[in-house]
Design a protein around this ligand. Structure first.
Ligand SMILES: Cc1ncc(COP(=O)(O)O)c(C=O)c1O
Length: 413
């Protein structure tokens, strides 16, 4: 099942799509003096900047490409190390690999986001950037991580794919680092099926990001550029149809957040008296999106029994959200059906002594083995949140799910 935005697709999105189809202008560029050109992508970038309070945004076709564009704009490349949590969707790591840089896995803590202490341990002379991932709708420890990045002169990228709309100390997640990136795939706060956004406060970085997403062009392809381009781009532009849907969805973002937060509160209140059950630490409880509720059981054995009965499993089993399960990233020779081994020479051969193996992050492993994700608005088996409610669940349904959860937990705890 999809994420919250998808549940709220209605007549407005349909109308916006038809409008674009009827205009015949599906490309992000057009003649601004032509009334048939609706400039939806451009409008979306303007509205996003206002919503996020980040001056420059570039719309792209996915959250993965948003990360890749950000890395490219920062000049992160071969041999450079990027610190990334071992608990994140594989796309965070993929973007680093395809930037030909070296992913360096760091531990998470009880917030299920980067552990600042381990980030410090992982810094080497090759480190260029820290990728802080705001997992499961919650901003990570932004103050602490930013302090480390500033002190060590490292770039900070906030992968905000899972936390669009969340805030930290009153400001939007994604607005603290050199770049914030967002995803609008089907599981996210707002959606167009796929889509992404790159956001930055820096005009120069914006120009580079724009060029990278569009064959090296200056923003909006202004002026005659032949002979003056410094950046090679790789088309990952958004199309007008996606932007039309997202413009409508964006107007719903704050309502979606309020709906998620109130449902999460009811669910959490309904299970908070269970002895032995702990909740994930929230660096800023006032700003969380509320899309998921993560609980810790006292030990792995209990968590596995509960996860099995709820048919959600434990977080450690949530597929390519956990480094242990990324067989094609770890130091293991994977051969596909064509007999061809997958190799990515830069991060393996030019990463110096970097080693990747199962169990290399013991703190992360021990936390996620006893953690269970409950869906509040993102029911995704791949995220280990097969059990729970949706953004549309009414009080009766929430209370029913609370009862089921309590019964299962109290049986084993
Ligand atoms: C943390 C994280 N980063 C990046 C991405 C990539 O986004 P997309 O699917 O839009 O490429 C996702 C998508 O699920 C994600 O969860």
């Amino acid at each position: 099942m999809p994420g919250p935005g998808a549940y709220l697709i209605g007549e407005e999105e349909k109308k916006a799509l038809i409008e674009v189809v009827e205009s015949g202008s599906l490309f992000r560029y057009g003649d601004k003096s032509d009334p048939k050109f609706l400039a939806k992508v451009w409008q979306l970038e303007q509205e996003m900047s206002k919503y996020l309070k980040i001056p420059y945004t570039v719309a792209v076709n996915s959250g993965t490409m948003a990360l890749w564009v950000a890395l490219g704009a920062l000049g992160v490349g071969p041999g450079d190390e990027v610190i990334v949590p071992g608990y994140t969707f594989i796309a965070s790591i993929t973007s680093i690999i395809y930037a030909r840089a070296v992913p360096v896995f760091a531990e998470i803590d009880e917030s299920l986001t980067l552990d600042p202490e381990d980030v410090k341990n992982k810094i080497t002379p090759r480190t260029r950037a820290i990728m802080l991932v705001h997992m499961l709708g919650n901003p990570g420890r932004i103050d602490e991580i930013k302090k480390i990045a500033d002190k060590k002169d490292l770039f900070l990228i906030e992968d905000t794919a899972q936390a669009f709309g969340a805030t930290y100390k009153g400001k939007k997640a994604g607005s603290f680092g050199d770049f914030g990136t967002y995803s609008f795939n089907f599981f996210k706060t707002i959606t167009a099926g796929d889509g992404g956004m790159v956001a930055t406060k820096d005009k120069g970085l914006y120009e580079r990001a724009f060029a990278i997403h569009d064959q090296g062009h200056l923003p909006l392809r202004q002026g005659v550029e032949m002979g003056s381009r410094t950046v090679i781009g790789l088309d990952c532009r958004m199309i007008e149809l996606a932007a039309a849907v997202l413009l409508v969805q964006l107007k719903k973002a704050e309502d979606i957040k309020a709906m998620l937060r109130s449902r999460k509160k009811r669910f959490k209140d309904g299970i908070s008296d269970i002895k032995g059950l702990e909740f994930r630490a929230l660096p800023d409880p006032e700003g969380e999106l509320g899309s998921l509720l993560t609980v810790f059981l006292p030990d792995e054995k209990t968590a596995r029994k509960v996860g099995k009965e709820l048919e959600s499993g434990v977080v450690a089993d949530s597929g390519w959200h956990v480094y242990n399960n990324m067989e094609h990233v770890l130091d293991k020779k994977v051969v596909d059906s064509t007999g061809c081994p997958f190799t990515c020479p830069y991060y393996r051969d030019k990463g110096g002594s970097m080693k990747y193996s199962k169990g290399m992050l013991p703190k992360t492993d021990s936390l996620i083995k006893r953690a269970i994700n409950i869906s509040i608005g993102v029911s995704d088996a791949g995220l280990g949140s097969g059990f729970g409610i949706t953004v549309n669940s009414d009080e009766k349904e929430i209370d029913k799910k609370i009862e089921i959860f309590r019964k299962v937990v109290e049986k084993y705890i």
